[in-house]
Write a protein of this length. Structure first.
Length: 321
């Protein structure tokens, strides 16, 4: 089977970018091993700490974050690393050509129940000429639109560890061979299946949504004579829900809500929305906030948040209109 290294060479991906991608994936292999060991590796449970988002950190959050940082800091082509778990970017090699951002462990609430979790990452170009290498200055280098992404992907730690990666207008799926410990190509040129009547949404927020989104969900679950109703699928981990949509089709809906007026949107632009929008668009789908394409958002805060509606283009249009 063709490995990720062979695939990147075949695509003639820039060697420096290849190096950064492989550093990310080296860390995910270590994370996959620790996840597979579960309670045997002492990674379950919560810490006494909160991250920059004000969320209680799970032990595996901290471990995954550090594994990724350790790999990327030593890569000479990485200028800075931004993590959902860190307040500011971590400075790496001055004048290096790439910026990396990641959610080290999406779906943390699923860790202790052996549910779906995963790592989401994106790689952006660094400015050609950089000034200060201090974290506050590096933060501004991330203030780019989603369309600047060079590569994005995720690793889903399920019964198998599955890598889905998009670059150069292509999206491919790899599976971690746990004997050779290599990511091997299992699906090429993924395209989002059409006409799948499934939606993914956290229905516990239903009564906090705007009337528009409440009415949309009512319309797809209400039985009628003309069309069969939609099925709902929800994992509590964006990485698992988006993987199902890329594999089977459908729509993912995470609108703003009024539970917390100071924070109406939950999902982070840089760590979740940008990379997932990049993947979905390259698979032939659409990804929108409530006001326009996610890929056109101009980041102006490192931990900026946004509503997310993505998946089958026709379903996304129906949902927003």
């Amino acid at each position: 089977m063709q490995t990720i290294e062979h695939q990147l060479n075949q695509m003639q991906v820039d060697l420096q970018l290849q190096s950064v991608i492989l550093s990310v994936l080296a860390a995910t292999k270590d994370i996959a091993f620790k996840v597979s060991q579960g309670a045997l590796s002492g990674v379950l449970g919560a810490t006494d700490n909160e991250n920059v988002q004000g969320e209680t950190q799970k032990k595996l959050d901290v471990i995954a974050n550090q594994l990724l940082l350790d790999e990327l800091v030593k890569n000479p082509y990485v200028r800075a690393v931004a993590s959902e778990e860190e307040d500011l970017p971590v400075a790496c090699t001055a004048q290096a050509p790439f910026l990396v951002a990641f959610d080290p462990l999406d779906g943390s609430s699923n860790i202790d129940i052996n549910g779906q979790i995963g790592t989401i990452f994106t790689i952006l170009p660094a400015a050609e000429h950089s000034g200060s290498h201090q974290p506050q200055a590096l933060e501004k280098e991330y203030y780019q639109a989603g369309r600047n992404q060079l590569c994005a992907g995720y690793v889903l730690y399920g019964p198998s560890a599955t890598l889905v990666i998009a670059l150069q207008g292509q999206i491919h799926e790899f599976t971690l061979d746990r004997i050779k410990w290599e990511y091997c190509l299992t699906k090429s040129d993924l395209r989002l299946p059409a006409d799948t009547k499934e939606f993914s949404a956290n229905m516990s927020n239903f009564f906090y949504w705007s009337e528009h989104f409440q009415n949309y969900v009512r319309s797809v679950i209400r039985p009628n004579e003309k069309d069969s109703k939609f099925n709902m699928r929800w994992n509590g981990a964006m990485v698992g829900d988006v993987h199902r949509i890329i594999s089977r089709g459908g729509i993912f809906i995470f609108p703003s809500d009024n539970k917390n007026p100071k924070q109406p949107a939950k999902l982070r632009v840089l760590y979740e929305a940008f990379p997932m929008a990049f993947l979905i668009e390259q698979a032939g789908g659409k990804a929108f906030s409530e006001t326009g394409p996610i890929m056109d958002i101009a980041l102006n805060e490192l931990h900026q948040r946004t509503p997310v509606i993505l998946g089958d283009g026709g379903l996304v249009k129906d949902c927003l209109n």
